[in-house]
Design a protein around this ligand. Structure first.
Ligand SMILES: *Cc1c(COP(=O)(O)O)cnc(C)c1O
Length: 465
């Protein structure tokens, strides 16, 4: 057995990676040819790779490193917990301090009467829990036929069988026989791409009313829940028109449908409040949490459930659980992470400092010849790449070509930004400072300039007919 350390040369690490490591959401043979970039260290908002290059992380890992990298307090919390109690389960009439303390803390922070937490190790698991929870809830209420869950096209809720079925990504449904039965998708409130001649406000109402139409089509007695992200993340950071959420709330209230807010990205400060539900004035019965709950330092997620749903579920044995539900080390780290967010005023930093400054610089990118439709809520943003401006035009080259080229230019300029087809998205660590925002946007601007030149040189600045 050889020991793999960071002392191996990059090329050897890449060769071993290509030979043995299957990457998620990746065409692995293409990556094997190119070689993965190997990240070795991180501090604050910066990543260091195996060649000693420093990148600024405009994505907070995968939308999760809210407090930034290299927090010794979190390392200490993990070490302490591993020494004291590295593992114990909560299945068989036992509990432990980290799970108890974290559940109580989350209940404290969560809006309304979302006072009960069922733990998982990821957002995908938590959404799988939600499917079973919702169906079990209605069954216990004597309405087992209220089992259909409505979700949205181009929503993202995870990658397991259940959660990917809730999601509305066709590229995911095409593989592995998804969606599972009893999940139905309606159209998304993506005005820029699908709003046609309507105003955003008209369109927001129309897309919300698609929920009502679907409920009436299926019969309200068959629909158990509606799940949605307050702001679609992986779908391209799509901020719904202002009319959307109030109308959704009216509809779920009217037809007695549970509302599940998937707060995996929008939770824990991302939108300038503790939860996106507060930013958009929504009253969910269940909230999915993960990612920023531990700032990604440990894998942990959960379903935060309102009093009424918890009370009904409590009357029967819920035949469901994960070995690592409420894992003590993950819970201890999450608790410490929440302490940091609160005591350092990170939510206020997002709202009063980082968002206003990033908004100024982000929206100014709209002057770039390749860019329009700059969107930002809190510290999650997106922009559209376009071949010509002012027409919401698409590229003739096919969706994602310009986005991929731009992403490559970002990477070459040591700034991590993702693309979703031809939208570029950012979601930096919440602790980012104005001077770091300058570095992020300056590098992104260089990348956009280079991408523009490359698209022009390659004859790709043509719009689809
Ligand atoms: C990332 C994500 C998930 C899935 O979380 P995992 O921890 O990757 O399983 C679910 N919902 C949303 C909104 C997400 O962004």
């Amino acid at each position: 057995m050889r020991t793999i350390t960071n002392h191996l040369p990059t090329s050897e690490l890449q060769a071993l990676d290509a030979a043995h490591h299957v990457h998620p959401f990746t065409q692995n043979d293409a990556l094997a040819k190119k070689g993965a970039r190997i990240i070795t260290r991180a501090k604050g908002v910066y990543l260091t790779d195996s060649e000693g290059e420093t990148l600024i992380d405009g994505m907070a890992g995968l939308w999760c490193v809210n407090v930034g990298y290299g927090r010794k307090e979190l390392a200490d919390a993990a070490a302490r917990q591993i020494e004291e109690l590295p593992y114990y389960n909560t299945f068989f009439q036992t509990s432990h301090v980290p799970a108890i303390a974290l559940a109580a803390r989350i209940a404290d922070l969560a809006p309304g009467d979302l006072n009960h937490v069922f733990f998982a190790s990821s957002g995908s698991e938590a959404n799988d829990t939600n499917i079973r929870l919702v169906r079990h809830y209605w069954a216990l209420k004597g309405k087992p036929e209220k089992s259909v869950i409505i979700s949205r096209k181009n929503g993202y809720h995870g990658s397991s069988m259940g959660s990917a079925s809730l999601g509305g990504m066709t590229s995911m449904h095409e593989q592995g026989g998804l969606p599972i039965p009893g999940i139905v998708h309606i159209d998304q409130p993506h005005w820029y791409a699908e709003g046609g001649d309507m105003t955003p406000e008209e369109f927001g109402l129309q897309r919300a009313r698609a929920l009502e139409e679907k409920i009436l089509e299926l019969g309200a007695d068959r629909v158990g829940a509606f799940i949605a992200e307050p702001v679609q993340g992986a779908g391209g950071v799509i901020i719904p028109p202002s009319t959307y959420w109030p109308e959704i709330q009216r509809i779920v209230d009217k037809y007695d449908i549970l509302l599940i807010a998937d707060e995996v990205i929008t939770g824990f400060g991302r939108t300038g409040n503790w939860f996106g539900s507060q930013t958009f004035a929504i009253k969910p019965h269940i909230m999915t949490i993960a990612k920023g709950l531990s700032s990604g330092y440990q894998p942990i997620g959960g379903s935060v459930v309102c009093d009424e749903v918890a009370a009904v579920i409590a009357t029967d044995e819920f035949n469901h659980g994960y070995t690592y539900s409420g894992h003590p080390v993950a819970a201890a780290v999450a608790l410490e992470n929440l302490r940091i967010i609160e005591e350092e005023g990170i939510v206020e930093h997002v709202r009063d400092v980082a968002h206003p400054y990033l908004a100024e610089r982000w929206h100014a990118l709209g002057d770039h010849p390749l860019v329009e439709d700059t969107q930002l809520v809190g510290l999650m943003g997106s922009l559209a790449l376009v071949p010509v401006k002012g027409e919401r035009a698409k590229f003739a080259a096919g969706a994602g070509t310009a986005g991929y080229i731009t992403r490559e230019r970002c990477f070459a300029n040591n700034v991590v930004m993702r693309h979703v087809y031809d939208r570029m998205i950012i979601s930096p660590p919440l602790v980012i400072t104005p001077s770091e925002i300058d570095i992020l946007i300056d590098r992104a601007t260089v990348a956009l300039d280079e991408a523009y030149k490359q698209l022009k040189d390659d004859g790709l600045l043509k719009k689809a007919q």
